[in-house]
Design a protein around this ligand. Structure first.
Ligand code: SF4
Length: 335
């Protein structure tokens, strides 16, 4: 447990959490919407500090990050809790229905030791929403930076601009889910719309964090060409054509079991729409062996990075045919 950052006392012992766009007003003895920040006598505490519920080594391609430190391994961790309620959550056992707060006691120093033991190049704050374990993530990130490890988040983007700015000092890369339009966030995620995500994405961009965006396409909910086109237009206008964009296939899970998996043709069509609008690096995810898992030169279609699933088979940093450079970051971590 650790005193939280980004909160204010408002009246008596009541506090207002300003970490995420929910701005929870929390009475003494109560917790915020995320379930892991509690008001004790007028002080807000993170209850999940030093309590990771999940720790594993993953390829960075699994996050997915395709243009940052390709082929490297990353120590991935999460605590319980989330500030959204996505009905299709892949990790609902630890983000939503985890019962009592639990985890294995591991201080930031212990995480760094584990990262060294496994010989990974970086640390990922992932599986659940890192915003809700912000203080823990930040302390690990400071140590990781000193040790020459990279830090990356997989986030839903529900982080207010000030905490997003603060974390950016230690954040090398981020993959943010841009899930759909306002209606989608309200109906499918118990959210407040897409604007908070757009705001945090802009903040990360302004602060020099390498950004990749993922859009999970769920049939009948956010799969229309019009919606996909709008999402692409926003990314193009605000983040730039060099931003890798991952269209990911949905599979029935958690509370969305009556919808069929995303047809491969829908994903491939989304890739074509985005490329047609000028996005340089567009991918199809969750479809093992698909052509669009790999990177092709956006000018002449020559294969540049070959991937099968999360495994990188070969990397070119510029096109051998036309000489076009590929946008790649974090190459100092690639051995
Ligand atoms: S981080 Fe948690 S407590 Fe703070 S505003 Fe968001 S949901 Fe509420």
């Amino acid at each position: 447990m650790k005193e939280a950052m980004f909160y204010k006392k408002v009246m008596g012992k009541k506090v207002k959490c300003e970490l995420c766009p929910r701005f929870c007003m929390i009475q003494n003895g109560k917790r915020g919407f995320c379930g892991v920040r509690e008001n004790r006598e007028g002080k807000l505490y993170s209850l999940v500090y030093g309590l990771p519920v999940s720790v594993a080594v993953d390829p960075i391609e699994k996050k997915p990050l395709f243009h940052f430190a390709p082929g490297t391994k990353t120590l991935s961790l999460a605590t319980v809790g989330c500030n959204l309620r996505c009905k299709f959550c892949q990790n609902f056992e630890i983000s939503q229905e985890y019962g009592e707060i639990h985890g294995n006691e591991m201080l930031p120093e212990d995480i760094i030791e584990l990262a060294k033991k496994y010989g990974v190049e970086g640390i990922s704050y992932t599986y659940t929403e890192p915003t809700v374990f912000y203080e823990y993530a930040l302390d690990i990130m400071k140590l990781a930076r000193k040790e020459g490890l990279y830090n990356m988040w997989v986030s839903n983007g529900y982080t207010n601009p000030e905490p997003a700015r603060t974390i950016s000092k230690y954040l090398d890369a981020i993959n943010v889910d841009l899930k759909g339009n306002d209606d989608f966030y309200r109906k499918m995620c118990g959210g407040l719309g897409m604007e908070p995500v757009q705001k945090s994405l802009k903040t990360y961009k302004e602060n020099g964090v390498w950004i990749e965006v993922t859009n999970l396409i769920i049939p009948t909910f956010n799969d229309s060409e019009e919606e996909i086109g709008k999402l692409v237009d926003w990314v193009l206008r605000n983040l730039g054509k060099e931003t890798p964009l991952h269209f990911s296939a949905f599979f029935p899970q958690y509370k969305v079991t009556e919808i069929s998996p995303t047809p491969v043709s829908v994903l491939e069509n989304a890739v074509k729409i985005a490329r047609g609008k000028g996005m340089k690096w567009v991918y199809a995810g969750n479809v093992l062996g698909n052509k669009y898992e790999s990177t092709y030169c956006w000018k002449c279609e020559t294969p540049l990075i070959k991937r099968v699933g999360f495994s990188v088979q070969s990397i070119e940093d510029k096109c051998p045919k036309c000489g076009e450079k590929i946008d790649l970051e974090g190459m100092k971590w690639v051995r």
